[in-house]
Ligand binder design. Structure first.
Ligand SMILES: Nc1ncnc2c1ncn2[C@@H]1O[C@H](COP(=O)(O)OP(=O)(O)OP(=O)(O)O)[C@@H](O)[C@H]1O
Length: 233
């Protein structure tokens, strides 16, 4: 069953067609890598699918809800409840301990502090951060900080996690570890994952890869990383 579908997406910036008629579907619990050269429209697609950007044309449907007919307030609420986000870096609040950073979406949704930090702490421990729950982001390595971001993305049990170059600021080995955790943790939670990346190896962790070029999906495949590498350039 598809949980997220988009049809005919068009997004332009002046004369640049960042999205030029894109159709995408994401199955429930499926992980999808979005690849392609710089400027091919990957981040724009992610933002449109996540309801952050409104396209000039097309439709986005999340489990039967048309995202583009919602009011801004409704879309914000849907993003908070149904989506999780992991960005390249710098998304944690520097003054808050890891546990509270990870608990933030639940706190914003009105959960009690005790319940929210307990759930966040459990996730952090499952992501290998036992004993680091009270550390602030400045006291964590880049890879550890991304694990906190993954915990935060999953803490509200979202339907879809969106990740934009989540390992872009990490060395390759740490990046692989983080991706492994990201895909395993989203799977474990039954969430779908849409991950934008330049790393052809990511396809190894994902169920499907979408390749973009010049604002269009040029190929789509379920394949090992060796096939993905040819499309990544
Ligand atoms: N806010 C904006 N204003 C003007 N042009 C934009 C804006 N955002 C994106 N673009 C343009 O739209 C096109 C697609 O950009 P996008 O960021 O989606 O590509 P990308 O594939 O994610 O690139 P990268 O891999 O470098 O992050 C590019 O030509 C970019 O310059």
């Amino acid at each position: 069953m598809d949980i997220l579908t988009a049809r005919g997406l068009v997004m332009t910036y002046g004369s640049t067609r960042a999205l030029d008629g894109v159709d995408v579907r994401v199955g429930a619990g499926e992980s999808v890598a979005v690849m392609g050269p710089s400027g091919s429209g990957k981040t724009t697609l992610l933002h449109v699918l996540a309801g952050i950007l409104r396209p000039m044309a097309g439709a986005v449907d999340l489990a039967g809800t048309d995202l583009l007919t919602l009011s801004d307030a409704e879309r914000t609420k849907l993003r908070r409840n149904d989506f999780g986000f992991v960005f390249q870096s710098g998304q944690l609040l520097s003054e808050l301990p890891a546990e509270e950073n990870a608990a933030l979406p639940l706190l914003l949704s009105g959960a009690s502090r005790a319940a929210a930090t307990e759930r966040a702490g459990g996730l952090l421990r499952r992501l290998g951060l036992a004993g680091m729950e009270r550390r602030r982001p400045g006291e964590l390595s880049g890879g550890q900080a991304q694990r906190v971001a993954i915990a935060r993305a999953l803490v509200g049990s979202p339907m879809v996690v969106f990740a934009d170059e989540p390992t872009g600021a990490l060395d390759q080995a740490t990046g692989r570890e983080v991706l492994d955790l990201l895909t395993a943790a989203t799977r474990e939670h039954g969430a779908a994952l849409v991950v934008v990346t330049h790393d052809a190896g990511v396809a190894r962790w994902c169920d499907r890869t979408i390749a973009m070029r010049d604002g269009r999906v040029v190929s789509e495949f379920t394949a090992p990383a060796t096939s993905a590498a040819g499309v990544a350039r």
